[in-house]
Design a protein around this ligand. Sequence first.
Ligand SMILES: Nc1nc2c(c(=O)[nH]1)N[C@H]1C(S)=C(S)[C@@H](COP(=O)(O)O)O[C@H]1N2
Ligand SMILES: [Mo]
Length: 471
Amino acid sequence: MTLMRTAKGDSPRAGPPDPAADVTSGRLRRAPENFLTGEQIHLVSKGRREFLRAGFLAAGAATVAAAAVAAPSAVAAGAGDPDILQTTPWGGSLGRPVAANPYGLPSRHERALARRQSPGLTQVAAASVSFTPLQGLFGIITPSGLHFERHHQGWHDIDPARHRFMINGARPELVRTPKVYTLDDLMRLPSVSRMHFIECGANTGMEWGNVAVPTVQYSHGMLSCSEFTGVPLRTLLEDCGADLRAARFVLAEGGDGSSMTRTIPIEPVLSGEVLVAYGQNGEMLRPENGYPLRLVVPGVQGVSWVKWLRRIEVGERPYAAKDEAIHYVDLMPDGQHRQYTSIQECKSVITTPSGGQALLDRGFFSVSGLAWSGRGRITRVDVSFDGGINWTEATLQTPVLSKCLTRFSVPWVWDGRPALLQSRAVDETGYVQPSYGQLRQVRGTRSIYHNNAIQTWQVAENGDVSNVQIL
Ligand SMILES: Nc1nc2c(c(=O)[nH]1)N[C@H]1C(S)=C(S)[C@@H](COP(=O)(O)O)O[C@H]1N2
Ligand SMILES: [Mo]
């Protein structure tokens, strides 16, 4: 059971109201532990007491109910509720036929769950970002249609029959038999499937300079996690007779108009981690995510996951391509730029409750969020309700995988007083997610990339949750 609604924060853009957000405002956002069905959710419009009663009905919710008893009176379960006392329309009529939706779609009641562009960023149609609605997701996998998008020059739906993938060497000796593969060539090779997160290096970038965007969708939504399927790049390099002892870097090149080229060190290629992927969550990649081929570079910032991948060059030195010499460098306090800081360090964020939502009543909440590290597994997440003074160890939901999102949760009884919610993750290297104070001491305030500071959500006395920063 949860007592949250996704409120104004879902559509913070000025101007005409977002129709999708209208569906959301004033209703509850369900959490994984909620037993209510979508149809029952409208009970909330009758007031919070009825909603609570509906919650008590749920089998297995006994402990939840006990914790919430301190809140409004527990009236006889279901009293006067037509949706429990009477036959429902769907219980007494013929349903729609199979394959009415040849490719299944979400319920029409879930239209508010959508990718959105940030109100704080310049909106350039083909060279922009759409953010994943982390506040509405469960578990660790991002539904493919909600995967964030970052295109430097728009996206294409490439004809797979015409897509080509080439491997060559910077010098002829580095790759003995350069090859051009079709998608059919690649798909007959042995493949692997692995779950990994992808995070844009600029995720949470707005917050460097004390800008607090309203919702977790905009503060952390350049983050998604999928099961990717493809061929290890190492297999293909061996197939082309690459000199894997001399090779030190590879250059990955995209087939779109953005001339996206990125240097990848050879180590994760040799270890078999880097994939030439065509699959995402059990089906072909979505066009927005690089169909028919993208590079998967686990733990490394999104820009290196080159989409519409058309070429790999084996080389001996970094290429200092435009997207690694001018962009994707970190401005340090002394005016110098850090280059090739590709690993996404350990980070976490509470997604339920989060900015723009509201706690509709005091009592029990399961506080839940996501943790991840580009260096391996998450080993621990602590949650604070008082802005980092006291910490409680959260439960990590399984599976806990390397370079993958990990879901954590911690029980909380809100007493109705203002609270400051934070999460702090630790990874298997022992690295502890820093506070804003610690991060800014090293990095200053003028960076864009690699902000992995501890996020704070403030819960006001009226239940409103908002984005604040604590140093
Ligand atoms: N060819 C190509 N690859 C690309 C990009 C691009 O614009 N063109 N954008 C990069 C950036 S900056 C990121 S963060 C990720 C985003 O991947 P997604 O759109 O699948 O979320 O793709 C990367 N790969
Ligand atoms: Mo990115």
